[in-house]
Design a binder for this molecule. Structure first.
Ligand code: HEC
Length: 97
């Protein structure tokens, strides 16, 4: 998980809880712990509300930059070219945060 953890951490924070302000912008990356993404609770997100994530929609968000409501996530969030097995590992990792 070193590679994934390292790159996600720089924006979403060491525990995946977001809140690391990005230089030259006022976008605060959201909490991406698995529990927060998949719970129905409203979480800090500057955008319209979207349905809770599932494993599948988290993968779409990471690879394609589209949230469960079909909206594009902010352009600051990179789109990741990952294999399915890397994505599966990543989701498992988010569950441990
Ligand atoms: C350059 C900074 C940056 C990096 C690196 C980054 N993100 Fe993000 N991420 C963001 C921002 C900013 C958003 C908010 C986009 C929005 O709200 O439209 C976001 C949104 C997300 C979302 C959607 C959250 C939601 O509530 O809709 C997920 C899931 C996510 N990131 C996962 C990851 C993962 C996993 C990695 C590592 C592979 C990663 N991000 C790396 C900046 C980053």
């Amino acid at each position: 998980m070193y590679v994934h953890g390292g790159s996600c951490v720089s924006c979403h924070g060491i525990s995946g809880k977001g809140g690391v302000p990005i230089m030259m912008s006022n976008v605060i990356p959201p909490d991406i712990t698995y529990e927060t993404l998949t719970s129905g609770d409203k979480h800090a997100d500057e955008h319209e509300e979207h349905p809770p994530y599932t494993d599948e929609t988290i993968k779409i968000a990471i690879r394609g930059g589209i949230d469960p409501a079909g909206e594009e996530v902010d352009y600051i969030m990179p789109k990741w070219d990952m294999s399915d097995s890397d994505l599966d590992d990543l989701i498992e990792y988010l569950k441990t945060l």
